[in-house]
Design a binder for this molecule. Structure first.
Ligand SMILES: NC(=O)c1ccc[n+]([C@@H]2O[C@H](COP(=O)([O-])OP(=O)(O)OC[C@H]3O[C@@H](n4cnc5c(N)ncnc54)[C@H](OP(=O)(O)O)[C@@H]3O)[C@@H](O)[C@H]2O)c1
Length: 338
């Protein structure tokens, strides 16, 4: 995409200001899920950086939604695309330098659908010659807990943590096509305390309780907006991180440490309620078994999981990376406490 940039150079010797018109070509990053948490953070990171070498193309199914209009207002190009429609993806990736690819597991709960969507994005990137793809992925937990390991139940016949395993399995779709891809291992969003019903709840005695099946182990997590900012950092590094797997988090905190930070921010004591993963799996809400296994994986493989999500590495990509306390200072009023 061509942009006209008017640049004022330093005053020259006769005291006049020399005006120069420079044609600048900005590289387009096509962003899937642009009206959502991850993609939205990336579009805002690009468009809020006025000197960026990049510009964002925001993909959405509804170009007229309020969220899409807000992105257009920032200067992003907003285009219609549906990850279930390969032709629309190909159109939307045409001419782009980069593509941010993410899937939406919790809209359908289907690993097979998630993999079909990953394949559609990878093939669209391949056929349009995208030069840098970021695939927002998670670990295939079966590399640590094979299906015949009965520490946790196998779900949907061939997964331990379906929404992790299917993304991890889809890594090969991108690499087998020979795409110039960075695999981005994201982390638990602190926003889950707001939107996913995981925030502190009042117990029968009226005390606030944060329930997580993490024992005394650390949970790597991040402010959702920082995922997009880190992705922007990856694109800004040029080809350096192509072919690499990058894990990011804004903090590694135990349930007890999260409860202590919540107590401080809310001005009211929050207790950590450590439950067993099997209890979490039986809570009965959609996805409870998947999430129970996920937390158990993070608990039982704390060292490897934390090591793969390095805080300093994330901060080097995104110098404004938020800690949990930073995030709470901005978001504490949004956490429902009923
Ligand atoms: N919650 C967590 O802690 C967490 C942590 C790590 C990873 N994840 C993963 O993050 C992924 C979701 O990303 P997110 O949180 O950024 O999503 P999100 O905030 O739920 O946003 C999803 C956006 O994607 C778009 N979308 C949905 N279906 C689409 C389709 N068929 N075609 C095109 N666009 C579609 C929607 O935009 P339009 O309506 O505008 O089209 C929507 O605004 C999930 O796969 C989840 O497993 C979640």
């Amino acid at each position: 995409m061509l942009y006209l940039k008017l640049s004022l150079t330093n005053p020259i010797s006769n005291g006049l200001v020399k005006k120069q018109i420079i044609m600048t070509e900005k590289k387009v990053i096509a962003v899937v899920g642009a009206t959502g948490a991850q993609g939205g953070g990336l579009v805002r990171a690009i468009m809020n950086d006025t000197n960026s070498e990049f510009t964002a193309r925001a993909l959405t199914r509804n170009v007229n939604s309020d969220k899409a209009k807000a992105l257009a207002k920032l200067g992003a190009e907003v285009v219609a695309a549906d990850v279930d429609n390969p032709k629309s993806l190909k159109r939307a990736f045409e001419g782009a330098y980069g593509a941010y690819c993410v899937t939406f597991f919790w809209e359908h709960f289907s690993p097979e659908k998630e993999q079909a969507q990953a394949r559609a994005m990878a093939e669209a990137a391949k056929s349009t010659g995208v030069q840098h793809v970021i695939w927002s992925t998670l670990d295939d937990t079966r590399n640590w807990i094979p299906l015949d390991d009965d520490r946790m139940p196998t779900l949907m016949e061939k997964y331990k943590v379906p929404h992790f395993d299917s993304k991890g399995e889809a890594n090969a779709i991108f690499t087998d096509l020979g795409l110039p891809v960075t695999l981005l291992n994201t982390s638990f969003y602190w926003e889950n305390l707001i939107y996913f019903g995981m925030g502190p709840k009042k117990g029968p005695d009226g005390k606030l309780v944060l329930t997580l099946p993490m024992g005394d182990k650390k949970l790597p997590a991040i402010a959702a907006e920082d995922i997009g900012k880190c992705a922007y950092g990856i694109f800004r590094r040029g080809s350096e991180l192509i072919g690499k797997t990058i894990g990011i988090a804004g903090g590694h905190l135990t349930g007890g440490q999260m409860a202590a930070s919540l107590s401080e921010a809310l001005g009211e004591e929050v207790l950590y309620n450590d439950i067993e993963p099997e209890v979490y799996r039986s809570l009965g809400f959609p996805g409870a078994e998947d999430l129970g296994n996920m937390f158990q994986f993070k608990r039982d493989f704390e060292e490897v999981y934390c090591r793969s999500r390095d805080l300093d590495g994330a901060r080097s990509l995104n110098p404004s990376l938020q800690s949990f306390d930073d995030w709470l200072a901005q978001n504490k009023e949004r956490i429902p406490l009923d």
